[in-house]
Design a protein around this ligand. Structure first.
Ligand code: T5A
Length: 229
């Protein structure tokens, strides 16, 4: 087993019987927030208790970090960036996520998690996947979602959707096409490192088509006889 393979062995889903940890990933405008709303409604209709959290953020400390990063007018060093996201993540895991997952029948849904760090800081900023994984190998950062939905779109579609939305651009939305291309490569790398956890879904389809594919995977995960969680 190579170094990366050994590192990956450290990462595990949390052991809370009857609860599920999910994350959504993708570049800006991939449709994560849109799909999370539909998934929450669906799971609630099936009697699950659903908690939606976003990264960076979700705690008072994390929201301050979110403001500091996304509102920054000056460049942040890639190593600082990586640690800021990881700090927000560790706080959210201990302050909120683990407590919520301890209630059976709960589904915690994250809007972005470690794969964003692999894509943005690992590939986009050039730190490399191994550096990101090493930073996350200590508990609680070593906790992994049971399943991650990666909504895959190309940078051109991302730009088109951002334009339609017409909101002020944050720290990362100001980056050029080349940076976004690197993010897509970063997500492909995350997929190759965690092929069982991450499901890639074509995010350029209509909202309903994307949801139906997610629902099919969720149904297998939640209602099959041999539950993996
Ligand atoms: N970051 C984060 C890191 O660099 N490292 C890290 O470790 C972490 C955790 C967070 C930023 O921080 C960076 C990455 C990010 O740059 P954010 O504000 O949370 O920033 O931004 P995003 O997560 O990128 O949020 P977006 O709103 O841009 O993207 P979404 O949630 O993927 O997209 P959504 O659902 O809001 O949809 C965008 C638009 O497209 C339409 C929607 O109606 C909306 O107008 N749309 C569709 N249109 C057609 N067909 C579909 N299937 C559609 N789905 C959505």
């Amino acid at each position: 087993m190579n170094d990366l393979g050994q590192l990956v062995e450290n990462f595990r889903p949390p052991a809370f019987p009857g609860s599920l940890f999910l994350s959504f990933e993708g570049i800006e405008g991939a449709g994560k927030s849109t799909q999370i709303v539909s998934v929450k409604n669906y799971l609630e209709s099936r009697d699950f208790r659903v908690i939606v959290l976003r990264e960076p953020g979700g705690t008072s400390f994390g929201e301050k970090l979110r403001q500091a990063i996304l509102g920054s007018k000056n460049p942040i060093h890639p190593v600082s960036e990586m640690h800021l996201f990881a700090s927000s993540r560790a706080q959210l895991l201990t302050e909120v996520t683990m407590k919520e997952l301890n209630v059976p029948g709960t589904v915690v849904i994250y809007d972005r998690y470690i794969d964003s760090s692999i894509a943005y800081q690992g590939k986009g900023r050039g730190l490399g996947t191994e550096t990101i994984l090493r930073t996350h190998q200590t508990f609680p950062l070593s906790l992994m979602p049971h399943k991650t939905f990666y909504l895959k779109i190309d940078p051109e579609l991302s730009y088109r959707r951002q334009k339609v939305r017409n909101a002020p651009k944050d720290y990362f939305e100001k980056q050029g096409l080349e940076f976004y291309q690197k993010l897509v490569e970063g997500y492909e790398e995350a997929l190759s490192v965690f092929p069982k956890r991450i499901c890639a879904i074509d995010g350029s389809q209509g909202e309903k088509e994307v949801f139906n594919q997610i629902k099919e995977i969720l149904d297998q995960l939640l209602f099959q006889e041999q539950k993996e969680f």
